[in-house]
Design a protein around this ligand. Structure first.
Ligand code: BES
Ligand code: MN
Ligand code: ZN
Length: 510
């Protein structure tokens, strides 16, 4: 799919000659739906009488204007899209999400009619700035327009749709701010789609070497610095966790490090993403039903690398380092065994009780190494780490744990603004006690209770005093809450939240 061209226009929408022109309309609390356009109001009156359009979320009405008329619309199709009841109680984040959802519905309709060029008139809503509307509608359209068809043969009867070529936004006040916000929305959405592309690749199409290739590509494109640690480097450095998980595999492990160092750097953020390209469980093998979904166990790694695309484009004045420890987790005669004791990068020894609790083993090395080498002001890791987070939060919230209230607060806020909500869970010595081992410093499972917290308690051992937050995206990286702009497969969760977090990073530090 080609990248969509984005235009902000203040030109009368009646003159737009494309395939689809969209008006987003609120459902009024009383009376009939209204628009601030006389011709549209006439149409709405006529159809309103038939009870066909009330403005409910996702409701659409498509009309075909007569192009030969001297007056009126030149577009092929005119669409009214319901965006739900106006409500004074809604905050900015809820209204932003409403616009994103509207954008997703626009994309679905554009796909249905195989539209090439479309225009969306930005609705004027109380309680949200025009820039926020532009940003989030663009996000919704681009995220909703996403498909992954690489491995699908072309269907002769049904010609394929190449996606939107041009998206025009109409605003009656097309300021520079609105334009800037619109472009921010585009960059965030494109980065999330990049993460989805990586995640959609199956285990045989996406290996640790694929992560290394993406890192090198991004480095070349945006002048970042990419280093890939190979097995020999890991042996030399003593990264016993990543090496242990990789033991049963024929694919060599990689640790991909991508650095963005701005000229006048103030602070450094370290982002670590779990890049487990397929998780069979290893010798503690998983049940076969649903195991195919474990190709998505690299979504954290995909998110942090994809996010670096936006960093490269936006060149913020804070340094950003992304690290992806990458391997698959396979059983074999050479594989890691339950009971084995390993030594992590920082010297901590760990008893591997269950080889399926592998994510924490590879993250531990990556975080300890990243903190020692880059001395970051804070660390955020993203990982599809525990099934337990799905038991607790379902597929609607990402689990958030951390040792610093300010960092946690900023991430909660960023997630909320992006429609990717996070929910904080506690840490504490009671939980750390669950991972005490009789034979090593710690063990890699903490018993049946609080699986998400004991996994985070394991990671906590590797961050020292550095402010740190952990996002457990096992419930949200795929099968995410059904939304118009989120496809059924991988969601790209975390990418937009991290971009927002970096955009809002204040120089004051944590
Ligand atoms: N990748 C899985 C976690 C997971 C499970 C993600 C289901 C998405 C859906 C992780 O490596 C894992 O297997 N965790 C174990 C830990 C347990 C053995 C302590 C789990 O959650 O069952
Ligand atoms: Mn596992
Ligand atoms: Zn895993």
């Amino acid at each position: 799919m080609e990248a969509t061209k984005l235009v902000l226009s203040g030109k009368n929408p009646e003159t737009f000659k494309g395939d689809l022109l969209v008006y987003c309309l609120e459902q009024p609390t009383k009376g009939k739906v209204k628009a601030d356009h006389p011709l549209i109001n006439n149409w709405l009156k006529a159809h309103g009488k038939l009870g066909e359009f009330s403005g409910k979320t996702g409701e659409t009405l498509v009309l075909y204007p007569d192009k030969n008329q001297d007056e009126g619309f030149k577009v092929k199709r005119l669409m009214f899209l319901g965006i739900g009841k106006s409500d004074k109680k809604l905050g900015t984040s809820e209204l932003r999400e409403r616009c994103r959802i509207a954008g997703g519905h626009v994309a679905a309709q554009a796909m249905r009619v195989k539209a090439d060029k479309i225009m969306v008139c930005l609705p004027e809503l109380d309680g949200i700035k025009a820039g926020d509307v532009a940003e989030t509608i663009v996000e919704g359209v681009i995220l909703g327009d996403y498909r992954f068809l690489k491995y699908k043969k072309e269907d002769k009867d049904e010609p394929s749709y190449n996606g939107l070529n041009e998206l025009r936004l109409y605003s009656n006040d097309p300021t520079i701010t609105v334009r800037k916000n619109m472009m921010s929305g585009l960059r965030s959405a494109q980065a999330a789609c990049k993460a989805r592309d990586m995640a959609n690749e199956p285990g045989n199409g996406w290996t640790p070497a694929s992560f290394a290739a993406v890192g090198r590509d991004l480095a070349e494109q945006y002048g970042l610095q990419c280093t890939v640690l190979e097995r020999a480097d890991m042996e030399h450095l003593g990264m016993g966790g990543l090496l242990a998980v990789n033991q049963g595999s024929v694919e060599p492990p990689k640790m991909v490090i991508l650095e963005y160092n701005p000229p006048k750097k103030t602070q450094t953020l370290l982002l670590v993403g779990k890049g487990l390209t397929f998780d069979s469980g290893g010798v503690s093998i998983k049940p076969s039903a649903g195991m195919e979904d474990m190709k998505y166990d690299m979504c954290g790694g995909a998110a942090v690398l994809a996010m670096m695309q936006a960093v490269g484009e936006e060149q913020p004045d804070v340094g950003v380092i992304a690290i992806v420890p990458a391997t698959d987790n396979m059983p074999s005669g050479a594989a890691l065994k339950p009971g084995d004791i390993i030594t992590h990068y920082n010297g901590i020894t760990s008893e591997v009780v269950n080889t399926d609790a592998e994510g924490r083993l590879i993250l531990a090395d990556a975080m300890a190494y990243g903190i020692k080498k880059f001395k970051p002001d804070c660390v955020v890791d993203l990982a599809t780490l525990t099934g337990a987070v799905i038991v607790g939060l379902g597929h609607h919230y990402t689990g958030l744990l951390g040792n610093n209230d300010e960092l946690v607060k900023r991430l909660l806020r960023a997630g909320k603004r992006c429609g990717e909500p996070l929910w904080r869970l506690p840490l504490g010595s009671q939980y750390s006690k669950q991972i005490e081992s009789k034979v090593a410093d710690i063990k890699n499972t903490g018993g049946p209770g609080a699986g998400t917290i004991t996994a985070a308690a394991y990671l906590e051992k590797f961050v020292g005093d550095t402010p740190w937050a952990h996002l457990d995206i096992a419930g949200t990286a795929w099968n995410y809450t059904e939304k118009s702009y989120v496809p059924q497969g991988p969601s790209g969760v975390g990418v937009r939240t991290l971009i927002e977090f970096i955009r809002r990073w204040r120089k004051t530090g944590i």
